[in-house]
Design a protein around this ligand. Structure first.
Ligand SMILES: Nc1ncnc2c1ncn2[C@@H]1O[C@H](COP(=O)(O)OP(=O)(O)OP(=O)(O)O)[C@@H](O)[C@H]1O
Ligand SMILES: [Mg+2]
Length: 138
């Protein structure tokens, strides 16, 4: 499925569509260049899931935990990861297989330890500041 965001205001309905598309999938991998809008879209997704928590990119901790309406939400940013062992050390497997929502920025950093089933969210900045958001389910 391909969605197009033309502004920040268009994100809430898009976030709802992404949650609906995922159905029972709980793991989301976000692909896109720096500044593509991964964290911004995750904020909107957390909103849909009923979290009032302050959503910011986890820099120091690698993972942030939020309280959604029906589930916890784990937000990962692996940008600064030096190697995959660092991810294993924080117990990322336990998060991934917990059944809670997992939103993962920079999954490229942990190719060997990604779960088999996930929703891939690829964000591409187009001309006129449009964002093309491509969804695939694996
Ligand atoms: N759909 C959108 N429409 C307009 N502006 C957007 C949209 N999504 C994100 N932005 C803007 O782009 C900037 C970067 O967004 P964001 O921090 O979410 O990117 P990111 O992909 O998480 O980057 P990084 O790889 O550094 O973590 C922000 O200023 C944000 O407001
Ligand atoms: Mg980010």
């Amino acid at each position: 499925m391909i969605l197009t965001a033309n502004s920040l205001l268009s994100l809430p309905p898009i976030a709802q569509q992404i949650i609906d598309y995922a159905d029972t999938s709980r793991i989301f991998l976000f692909y896109g260049d720096m500044g593509a809008g991964k964290t911004t879209l995750i904020k909107s997704l957390c909103d849909v899931l009923g979290s009032n928590d302050n959503i910011t990119s986890p820099t120091f901790a690698i993972v942030n935990e939020y309280e959604g309406r029906d589930s916890k939400i784990y937000h990962f940013d692996f940008y600064r990861l030096k190697n995959q062992n660092e991810a294993l050390d924080i117990g990322c497997d336990e998060y991934f297989y917990s059944g809670n929502y997992c939103f993962i920025e920079w999954p490229e950093k942990i190719p060997g330890i990604l779960p088999d089933n996930y929703v891939k969210v690829a964000i591409k900045v187009m001309e006129n500041n449009l964002r093309q958001i491509t969804l695939d389910k694996f």
